[in-house]
Write a protein that binds this ligand. Structure first.
Ligand SMILES: [Fe+2]
Length: 130
């Protein structure tokens, strides 16, 4: 799980670069803006870590859940931005944003796989104990 999250973190740096390119394509100065919704999702993730035991399946499941909420929010946002770029006839910008959208979807799928793998592992343990 740690690998999947770290790998996506590295990808996210590329997403920032792409956004900078989109700003350029729009002829706008790059401007960062704090996202209240994302801050809330991250806060929720932090509280999951605080309320669970280190190394526990519950913590892992909670971290996966929080990470998927981040990805879903990003997917919704990039999906809308792709659509807006297309509507404005900015196909180059739409293409760049779509690349990021695809990577966000891949990250989400990877997290689902990790979650399923955890469930299977738990089920196996139960079978051994019963
Ligand atoms: Fe992401």
């Amino acid at each position: 799980m740690k690998f999947a999250i770290e790998e996506h973190l590295a990808q996210t740096e590329g997403h920032v670069k792409r956004l900078e390119r989109v700003f350029e394509m729009c002829g706008k100065k790059v401007q960062a803006k704090k996202c209240d919704a994302m801050e809330g999702i991250i806060k929720e993730g932090d509280s999951i870590v605080e309320e669970t035991q280190e190394g526990s399946m519950t913590r892992d499941a909670g971290i996966i859940m929080a990470a998927q909420k981040v990805e879903h929010y990003e997917i919704a946002t990039y999906g809308s931005l792709v659509q807006i770029a297309k509507t404005l006839g900015m196909n180059d910008a739409a293409e760049v944003l779509h690349q990021t959208l695809d990577e966000e979807k891949q990250a989400d799928e990877k997290l689902t796989e990790v979650a399923e793998w955890h469930v299977n592992l738990e089920a196996e343990k139960e079978e051994i104990n019963n």
